[in-house]
Design a protein around this ligand. Sequence first.
Ligand code: ADP
Length: 167
Amino acid sequence: MIQVQVGDITRLEVDAIVNAANSSLLGGGGVDGAIHRAAGPELLAYCRGLGGCETGDAKITPGFRLPARYVIHTVGPVWRGGDAGEPDLLASCYRRSLELAVENAAVSIAFPCISTGVYGYPKSAAAEIAVATVRDFARLDAIEQVVLCCFDEPAAILHRRALEDNQ
Ligand code: ADP
């Protein structure tokens, strides 16, 4: 039910893909840029009406031209050394995204490796939090498939290891 896949999240045929957005929700680089390019300009227009998003929180939009029905935009913490609440905020991103999926009857959801790009979160620690938070999610019974979508094989290795260590 929790799977690790390597590839481009914008191609996945799941009910919802998660975007590692910034707090403006007005687009950026990395996975955010890729999602906006694939979804089309309607996504940015819709996001303008949302008034941004706090770090650790999430907001849902349609997927527009994406295969996914929804995009769940979450704002990961910028890594500041680990003593600024980063682990709790990162866990909150996964939890809030899953909550929005359940509220919207999305039964399959794919996550990118939130905060591990420009935001600088150490990749191994982030993988542990991703796996543990998904596993501990209270309403996991309402979700059929969680894809941890890694952009490269080294990230996938870390997530597979976290899944094995966390059983
Ligand atoms: P953040 O600002 O939260 O760090 P980034 O977009 O810079 O977000 O990076 C988050 C992760 O998304 C990184 O691990 C990066 O390799 C990955 N990534 C970038 N583009 C894609 C994509 N098209 N599909 C899946 N993952 C992607």
